[in-house]
Design a protein around this ligand. Structure first.
Ligand code: ATP
Ligand code: MG
Length: 247
């Protein structure tokens, strides 16, 4: 279970997170939505202490992430699959070696077991034939899928995905969302997915949380969100130009 309590973070006087509270139960997938620049990526970074809060806290299974000793933090990070918005692959390694990297670094698996897992994962993201290619030879969408394969290959318990499908074509978007759904159900994963894939994302999450003006403005179920009484949610989800959200 991930509990975010009254989180605050400012940069040079600009308050980005003013008072963010959110609960993600074990086994639950939550979509985090909000305007560009609202602080979604920043919020994810706090969960694995790539950022420390000015005030408030993040608890994972009851433990305050900011106070964890180094060893406990490493153990937490090994349970968390984090896909950054940029993907961030190693340019000098092939697709195969990029996906194999965490297994070689963090497990004692032999090469044949690694080979089997990596090819299975590449197959899942539709990149079975790209194993010998280098990142520079791939399209943006392919890079994104390699980054996903690299995260899923370690069978994380918690996933933090920052716009995992942004910029991909609609068929790939749906196949990746289906992949998440099946991995989620199979492994009882807990996750926060930052996504603008509306309404596709609604089919695979239990809750949608909207970050707006430094707070979680609303938490809705996929059933309730389409006819939300909250004007901020209604404007955002339905893409209405008029409403409380001002540009
Ligand atoms: N390390 C940092 N130093 C200074 N400012 C930062 C830092 N990280 C984030 N910010 C600021 O915090 C705000 C939120 O950034 P963030 O990347 O979390 O937005 P986002 O909701 O993920 O947006 P997008 O949908 O465009 O990815 C921005 O104004 C950004 O400039
Ligand atoms: Mg972001």
């Amino acid at each position: 279970m991930i509990i975010i309590e009254n989180l605050q973070k400012a940069f040079g006087g600009q308050e980005v997170l003013r008072d963010v509270s959110l609960r993600v139960k074990t086994g639950e997938f939550v979509a985090l939505v909000g305007l560009s620049g609202s602080g979604k990526s920043l919020l994810l970074r706090h969960v694995v202490r790539l950022m420390r809060p000015d005030a408030g806290r993040v608890l994972v299974d009851g433990r305050d992430v900011a106070l964890m000793p180094r060893r406990e933090l490493e153990a937490l990070r090994s349970r968390v699959g984090y896909v950054f918005q940029s993907g961030a692959l190693f340019d000098s390694l092939t697709v195969f070696d990029n996906v194999a990297f965490p297994l070689r670094e963090k497990t004692r698996l032999g090469e044949s077991a690694i080979r089997r897992k990596v090819l299975e994962e590449l197959d899942q993201v539709g990149l079975k034939d790209a194993e010998h290619k280098y990142p520079a030879q791939l399209s943006g969408g392919m890079l994104k899928r390699v980054a996903l394969a690299r995260t899923l290959v370690r069978a994380p318990e918690i996933i933090l995905f920052d716009e995992p499908t942004t910029g991909l074509d609609p068929i790939v978007v749906n196949s990746i969302l289906q992949l998440f759904d099946s991995v989620h159900k199979r492994l009882n994963l807990t996750g926060i997915l930052v996504s603008h894939e509306i309404p596709e994302i609604f089919g695979i999450v239990q809750k949608i949380a909207m970050l707006h003006e430094g707070r979680i403005a609303a938490v809705e179920t996929p059933e309730s969100i389409r006819c939300s009484a909250n004007p901020v949610i209604d404007q955002f989800v339905n893409g209405k130009p008029e409403g409380p959200i001002q540009y």
